[in-house]
Design a binder for this molecule. Structure first.
Ligand SMILES: NC(=O)c1ccc[n+]([C@@H]2O[C@H](COP(=O)([O-])OP(=O)(O)OC[C@H]3O[C@@H](n4cnc5c(N)ncnc54)[C@H](OP(=O)(O)O)[C@@H]3O)[C@@H](O)[C@H]2O)c1
Length: 329
């Protein structure tokens, strides 16, 4: 039986998610990649235990995570959880539905009440849980009235199957629209999950971050390392054993010479701060006050330990921010 480190709460900062009562660890672990049946179970288990021992209490999933089949990440996480169930009340577990999941019109990419309701029941079964802490709609669906999506999420809470609800991949206007509906229903809508990193700043251009601050919604941001670009991994080219080297990402073609030069210049600043590039990239994202937590991914436990080390140096001088801005322009 797994026994967690007694020091797990000594260092990790917990940040309030918007104006809600929910506190999230500055660093959370996402299980999008490397937790499906294609991976090695012992490695997955070691990653979850390493994270939890370091104060990472939040684990982010979705119905479709897992390779070679959708749902296998939830199944594997459910198996890991079985041995950690005495820590259930120390954990925040989220899942989502919205992308293609099962054949036919009801498991297709959508935001219908039919899909969201059935999918949550499936997720709970795979995870072996009675409820999740956060249930998200995974991507805005222009073909379903937002009232319907909002009601399905609200019902999940009323049925005791989720404690809070969230949305992911929604822009500012879409967020504003669904917020109005959640307010009318008094739904505990506390979190928005967009992508955000030094190399992907659309939430600033859209003012989604400002909107969320003004309206008390926290951001749990995904791909904060731009799927691994913002680490030591690609500073000298593309290693075979990497997400880009394995051809597992659509952004691999952005890793040209110009990008590699830029990453090396950022790495010089990280070194001058006494950090690795991944630690600085995570600290930079956490520097945006809209952000409650960064959802990191990992392929091995050592990456989690390195990345959680960002919490040792979260603040930036004005000069550092300016130098980073110049490189990112
Ligand atoms: N809502 C959505 O639509 C959505 C979409 C995407 C992701 N997400 C969530 O966000 C989570 C994180 O996404 P992500 O995996 O793209 O995040 P990421 O943190 O930007 O990238 C993680 C990848 O970078 C590499 N890496 C991480 N730390 C490293 C280190 N210290 N040194 C070297 N390489 C390192 C690993 O890849 P390799 O070692 O394999 O190269 C790892 O799998 C997901 O698991 C999921 O929960 C949500």
């Amino acid at each position: 039986m797994y026994s967690a480190s007694e020091k797990r709460y000594e260092k990790m900062p917990f940040r309030r998610c918007g104006r809600s009562g929910l506190k999230l660890p500055a660093v959370s672990l996402g299980l999008w990649q490397n937790f499906g049946n294609k991976g090695v179970y012992a490695n997955m288990e070691a990653m979850v235990h390493t994270a939890f021992d370091l104060g990472v209490t939040h684990f982010d999933l979705a119905n479709n995570y897992g390779n070679p089949y959708n749902g296998s990440a939830e199944e594997n996480f459910g198996r890991i959880l079985h041995d950690m169930r005495h820590y259930r009340d120390e954990m925040i577990i989220s899942t989502k539905a919205g992308y293609e999941m099962w054949p036919g019109p009801y498991g297709d990419r959508n935001g219908s009440r039919k899909y969201l309701t059935a999918s949550l029941d499936q997720s709970l079964k795979r995870l072996g849980l009675e409820y999740v802490d956060i249930y998200y709609h995974h991507i805005f669906d222009p073909n379903t009235p937002l009232e319907e999506t909002a009601l399905a999420l609200d019902n999940a809470v009323r049925q005791g199957k989720a404690l809070y609800v969230g949305i992911s991949n929604y822009g500012r206007e879409q967020t504003a629209e669904i917020l109005k509906i959640f307010k009318e229903m008094r739904t505990p809508f506390v979190v928005n999950q967009p992508s955000y990193s030094m190399l992907n700043r659309w939430i600033e251009d859209d003012s989604l971050d400002k909107f969320c601050i003004e309206n008390g919604i926290g951001l749990a941001v995904f791909s904060p390392l731009y799927q691994g670009f913002l680490t030591n991994k690609y500073l000298n080219g593309v290693p075979k054993d990497s997400r880009v080297g394995r051809g597992e990402t659509w952004i691999g073609n952005q890793l040209d010479e110009k990008m590699i030069t830029r990453l090396n210049r950022l790495n010089d600043i990280a070194k001058s701060r006494g950090q690795t590039l991944s630690q600085m990239a995570l600290a930079w994202v956490l520097h945006n006050e809209a952000v409650a937590t960064v959802l990191i991914g990992a392929s091995r436990p050592e990456q989690i330990a390195e990345n959680v080390g960002c919490i040792d140096h979260l603040n930036f001088t004005e000069e550092e921010i300016e130098s980073i801005e110049k490189i990112l322009k």
